[in-house]
Design a protein around this ligand. Sequence first.
Ligand code: NAD
Length: 294
Amino acid sequence: MTTVAVIGLGIMGGPMAANLLTAGLDVVGYNRTREKVDQLVERGGRGADDVADAVRDADIVLTMLPDSPDVEGVVLGEGGVLDSAKAGTLLVDASTIRPDVSVRLAEAARARGMRAVDAPVSGGEAGAVEGTLSIMVGGEPADVEAARPVLEAVGSTVVHVGPAGSGQTVKAANQLIVAGTIELVAEALVFLEAHGVDTEAAIKVLAGGLAGNRILDRKAAGMTAREFTPGFRVDLHHKDLGIVTSAAREAGVAIPVGALVAQLMGSLRAQGHGSLDHSALLLLVEQLSGRRGG
Ligand code: NAD
């Protein structure tokens, strides 16, 4: 039986680990806060006390951590994955981090006789719970194939997009599109409300036409109700827009709308809303419009 160590059992990693259990895999989990490990154990998984304990007997290590320094610490740090896993272990990093960091992790893994792929995901908490994530995978073809059974247990679209780091580049493009779309949906909703239009009816008809999109389907109702429980935290999308803007700059590509939305996300965060769902961009639109919000 394949043993999968899952490090990071948060909003995404928790349900992903649960889906690995459902797929019949042996799952051992570690999270900085013990409570989340206990939840995995209640579902039939095994709990670990630290990273070394989690990865010692693992065939595959799945990391689902917030940011680049977290993944670097867990993988490269003392007692980390590369120190503690057996030779041949496959590291599958599903976190959204900087593409250059993914490249470095893959090189470091290879130098230790291990393998690594970057496999960031899209689909949000709902996609993680339903096991329908879209997963963009960067790495060597053989390693991507070896990761596929685990990825297909947590996602329904698994695409190999190129060498190490490419998955993160595609994910950065994903985050650019999602942030821009949220901002436009937020502007449309505040605009409709200001005109006293029945927003529920408006959302229904907009969703059926060319303006239809997943943000409208999944987030607009929460936005009109001012329900901003995360979901995807503003803090994390701010991190991702930092990745997008610096990667675009490196490539010499202009992303004027993306840069503007990055500023708006940063402002929302600076106003103390980092732990709200990213759809809280609506609060900023209201504030800029002199309506309530902010
Ligand atoms: P989260 O904050 O809910 O979960 C991260 C978990 O990692 C937490 O439980 C935290 O305690 C744990 N953790 C942090 N450092 C650790 C360490 N050193 N050792 C062990 N555990 C540690 O975040 P999330 O929403 O699950 O996001 C995780 C990653 O997935 C991020 O990179 C995010 O950008 C990406 N992502 C999130 C979503 C979403 O909708 N939430 C969607 C796609 C991708």
